[in-house]
Design a protein around this ligand. Sequence first.
Ligand SMILES: Cc1cc2nc3c(=O)[nH]c(=O)nc-3n(C[C@H](O)[C@H](O)[C@H](O)COP(=O)(O)OP(=O)(O)OC[C@H]3O[C@@H](n4cnc5c(N)ncnc54)[C@H](O)[C@@H]3O)c2cc1C
Length: 469
Amino acid sequence: MIDASLIEKLKNELGDKRVQLDDVARDDRRHDYWVLNHLRSWRGEALDRPGVVVRPESTAEVQAIVRVAAQTGTPLVPFGLGSGVCGGIQPDQSAIVVDLGSMNRVREIDETNLIASFDAGCNGLEAEEAVAARGLTIGHWPQSIAMSSVGGWVSTRAAGQFSTAYGNIEDIVYSIEAVLPDGDLVELGKAPRAAAGPDLRHLLLGAEGTMGIVTGVSLALRRQAESRVYSAYHTPSMAAGFEAQREIIQTGWVPPVMRQYDAMEARRNFKDFAAEDQGLLLMVHEGPAARVDVEIEATDAIARKAGLVEAPPGAGQHWMKERNHVPSWVELFEARLVVDTIEVSAPWTRIEDVYRDATESLRELDAVRMASAHSSHVYRTGLNLYFTFAALHEDSADMEASYLDCWRCVMEATARHGGGIAHHHGVGRLRKPYLAHDLGENGVALLRKIKGAIDPQGLMNPGNLLPDA
Ligand SMILES: Cc1cc2nc3c(=O)[nH]c(=O)nc-3n(C[C@H](O)[C@H](O)[C@H](O)COP(=O)(O)OP(=O)(O)OC[C@H]3O[C@@H](n4cnc5c(N)ncnc54)[C@H](O)[C@@H]3O)c2cc1C
């Protein structure tokens, strides 16, 4: 419970209106988009909620809130736009939720240096539209672009659909402004590149609110592409598609979008374009027209050599049109289905094993009716896989355990073959039991020490990210 004197202190800093104690404000901020908390809510389980929600409008106000929390030993949970899918937001009565939604200004667009600065709570699509009006792009297109914030992108190490050429958020971030747990302000990232000790921006990139509150973000921009062309191929096997993708990227071609669907997903998502028992590889080629033309020719030759057959190019336009569809969990729960997606990654030599083992382990579970995957982010060293599973239950009481079982299968199958257990959705409460698969026990211990040094009172988003938090 938050006591009255703390509320008074917060009101002194922010005024009455932006210190919210009403049911609606607190209920709306009790969790993010994680399926499991939606399921618990749908089943009528009593979910905890924050003691109070505060809505700062400036970095100075965030500093004031953090100082009040530090003086009173009160936990703080940053809230961007709540689209996180791993349970990174789950405050209890003792916590202050710091809702960044009112810090939503575009601070500056520098068209010469191609740098744009935003308040951390700025909506991703609004940020993109502001730079698009000047013929520029951030080049970061998560499926959730319209429902996620710039500060959330940094805090979860997000990846956009065009990442293969334009990079993930850590490649796009120029600088980060953040308030540390003692209220101090840091501005990390001053120049296009630095060799000034360890890159401290990485303490915030992926910290999921555990190291401080990101209040401002500058991103490196691009000019909008002169040309965009789509290509699509049927893939006779996952192996053939992987081989084509590896050859394309390692030769030096970088279509911003390369997506390879297994046969089940090709049939489900591209029924007018897919061929019987074949997967699908889609590419979006962008850039100066002359380069795009050469790339199309070269990637076509590589795809054919790997045994791929050209598919109707409309598949790419179809994906482009439908790509940001957001599922409604409740409709699925009503049908007693739990559906979720799990993204992992692995080097080229291990990716097929991860695909086979994870889909097979999922299908062995009694409740699982469907397990499939596609890849969507490609690197010279390997690529990601994005699994989708659907599990059906007679009794809604079984859904939570079954959901966690599905996750365990994919996490363990990925780890067994040396893959990385989290490609871009972060850790939250969902993946923290598996964090040592990625960092090793000593790595987890190091992260714990760093967290202890930065946040000795353990006030920043307690219970999140670290396995024993
Ligand atoms: C339909 C759908 C599609 C998605 N597609 C993608 C995708 O393509 N790529 C991708 O990477 N992700 C995707 N996501 C996941 C999600 O959108 C991202 O993780 C996004 O970056 C979260 O941003 P947010 O502002 O909503 O953060 P929130 O959900 O509000 O918060 C996420 C975590 O970051 C912390 N946090 C938020 N803001 C701050 C801040 N300013 N300072 C410190 N900590 C903060 C929170 O405490 C929490 O732990 C998708 C989600 C959905 C629901």
